[in-house]
Write a protein that binds this ligand. Structure first.
Ligand code: MN
Length: 452
C-alpha cells in the first residue's frame, strides 16, 4: 500500500504583480505549472493545463498508468493550443507542467512522473537531493552539451528561455519516468521561482530539517522570497509514508492554503484540498527506477512570458543595431583611411599613395602610382612638402600636384640648359604654311612668321 503525506505553497513573490504559477495537490496527483503570456495568458495557461490534466487523469474510467498521465498532458497541450488559437489576446500563452501521480503497473504501485518545461521534480533520498526531471531550457541544453557549467547556467541571463512548453505547438514531447515508491522518500515539485532563488544545498537542508511536508513547502517559499522573490514561487512536498498512516489526516490541508495566502498577502489559495490516496496493493521492493520515455515528436521554442519573449526580441534587435553601428564605424574608418591621397618619398622616388600617412588603425596606405620623379630633381620647397606628406582629397588633385611637379622639373631642366647652352636664334623662316585669319589663301610672309 502506497500512501503519501504532502503540503504545498504557491506565492506571487515580491516583484510580479500576479501569480501565474498554479499547483495541484489532490488524490495522488501532484502538479506544478508555471504559465507564460501577456494579458492574464500565463495564469489562464497554468490553470487550464492543470485542470485538464486532473480531469483526464482522474476521469471515472481513466486508467491510472504512466501512459494515461502522458496522454493527459498531451490533452492539456491541445486544450491550450485551441484556447489560445481562438483568442488573439491569449496568443503565445503557454505553461510548464511537472506532475507526479500514483500509477498502477504489473509490478505494483509506481510513481509516474511527467515533465514539460523547466519546472522541476527533486527526490530527497536518505538525505541526498537529486533532480529527477530534466529542464527544457536553453541553458540546460547548453549545459548538457558541455557549453555551460551548472554554476554558469544557474545565473545565466537567458536561463528563462524554454525549449519546450505546453500550448506552443500542436504536438508536444513529454518526458516521463516511473519510479518505485519507497517509504521515507520525499519528492519536491517546484517552479523556477524556487530554485533560481534558493540553491540545491539550501533546499536539501530545509527538506532534511522540517519533517512536516506543508511546513517544508512554506519554508522553501519563504526562503525564495527572502532571497528576492523575483518570480512566482511554488513548491509541493510529497512524502512516501507507511501505509498504516494512510488513515491519518495529511499534513496541513488547510494550513498549506492559509500559508500560501498569508505569504502572497492576497487572493485565494491556489491549493485544492488534500486527500490521501489509499492504494490497494502492497508496494513491491525495489529502488528508484528511472525508466524514461519520450513521447511524440516535435517540440519548439517558447520563452517564459511575453515580457521575456519581448526581452529576447530586444536582445536580437540590440545585436542587429550593434552590428549595424560597428559596420558603419568600420566603413567610416575604412572610407576615411582610403579616400585620401598623398605624395611621399619611397626611398628617393616620388610616389603617390592612397591612404593616410602612417596608416589609420589597421588600414595601411598603398602605392597608387609611381611618378618617375626623383628627390634630387625637385626644388627644396617641393622636397619639404613631400617629406611632410602632401595630402589631397582626391586622386585627381594628387595627380594635378604631381603634374605640376613634373612641369617644374622640366622648367628647371630647361632653365639649366638655357644657362649653359644658348638657345638657338628665333626661326626666321617659315616652318610651314601659315593659315591667315580668313583661312582661305596661304600667304607666306618672310621675316614675320605667323603675322597676317
Ligand atoms: Mn517562473
Amino acid at each position: 500500500m502506497t500512501s503519501f503525506r504532502w503540503g504545498g505553497a504557491s506565492d506571487t513573490g515580491r516583484v510580479r504583480e500576479g501569480n501565474e504559477d498554479y499547483v495541484l495537490v489532490s488524490d495522488g496527483l501532484f502538479a506544478v505549472a508555471d504559465g507564460m503570456g501577456g494579458h492574464r495568458g500565463g495564469e489562464i495557461a497554468s490553470h487550464l493545463a492543470i485542470d485538464t490534466l486532473q480531469a483526464r487523469f482522474d476521469a471515472p474510467a481513466a486508467a491510472h498508468t504512466t501512459d494515461a498521465l502522458v496522454a493527459a498532458v498531451e490533452d492539456a497541450n491541445r486544450a491550450l493550443v485551441s484556447r489560445s488559437g481562438g483568442d488573439p489576446q491569449l496568443e503565445g500563452m503557454g505553461t510548464t507542467l511537472c506532475a507526479l501521480a500514483l500509477v498502477r503497473t504489473d509490478e505494483g504501485d509506481m510513481l509516474g512522473v511527467v515533465n514539460v518545461g523547466d519546472s522541476r521534480m527533486y527526490l530527497l533520498k536518505e538525505g541526498v537531493l537529486q533532480q529527477v526531471t530534466e529542464d527544457h531550457s536553453l541553458v540546460a541544453t547548453l549545459e548538457r552539451q558541455g557549453k555551460l557549467t551548472a554554476a554558469e547556467a544557474a545565473v545565466h541571463p537567458q536561463r528563462n528561455i524554454l525549449t519546450r512548453a505546453l500550448g506552443i505547438e500542436a504536438r508536444v514531447m513529454v518526458d516521463s519516468w516511473e519510479i518505485r515508491p519507497r517509504v521515507g522518500d520525499r519528492y519536491v515539485l517546484c517552479s523556477d521561482g524556487l530554485f533560481n532563488e534558493v540553491d540545491d544545498a539550501r533546499i536539501a537542508a530545509t527538506l532534511r530539517k522540517l519533517a512536516d511536508p506543508a511546513e517544508a513547502a512554506h519554508e522553501l517559499v519563504r526562503l525564495a522570497n527572502e532571497s528576492g522573490g523575483r518570480d512566482n514561487i511554488s513548491a509541493v512536498v510529497v512524502d512516501v509514508v507507511e501505509g498504516s498512516t494512510a488513515g491519518l489526516p495529511p499534513a496541513g490541508p488547510s494550513g498549506a492554503a492559509a500559508g500560501a495566502s498569508g505569504l502572497a498577502g492576497a487572493g485565494p489559495s491556489d491549493l485544492v484540498s488534500d486527500r490521501v490516496r489509499a492504494a490497494d496493493r502492497p508496494s513491491a521492493e525495489g529502488g528508484h527506477r528511472g525508466r524514461r520515455r519520450r513521447r511524440a515528436e516535435g517540440g519548439g521554442t517558447a520563452s517564459r512570458s511575453s515580457r521575456r519573449r519581448w526581452f529576447t526580441w530586444r536582445v536580437a534587435l540590440f545585436v542587429v543595431i550593434f552590428l549595424a553601428i560597428v559596420g558603419v564605424a568600420i566603413g567610416g574608418i575604412y572610407y576615411s583611411a582610403t579616400n585620401t591621397y598623398y605624395v611621399g618619398f619611397r626611398d628617393d622616388a616620388v610616389v603617390l599613395y592612397q591612404g593616410r600617412p602612417g596608416g589609420l588603425l589597421w588600414v595601411q596606405p598603398t602605392v597608387e602610382e609611381t611618378t618617375g620623379l626623383q628627390r634630387r630633381e625637385l626644388s627644396a620647397s617641393a622636397v619639404i612638402d613631400i617629406e611632410r606628406h602632401k595630402e589631397f582629397g582626391s586622386l585627381d588633385a594628387a595627380r594635378g600636384y604631381v603634374a605640376n611637379l613634373r612641369d617644374q622639373v622640366t622648367a628647371t631642366t630647361t632653365t639649366t640648359t638655357t644657362s649653359t647652352v644658348p638657345l638657338p636664334p628665333p626661326p626666321t623662316s617659315p616652318t610651314g604654311p601659315t593659315v591667315p585669319a580668313d583661312g582661305l589663301t596661304p600667304t607666306p610672309t618672310p621675316g614675320a612668321p605667323g603675322a597676317p
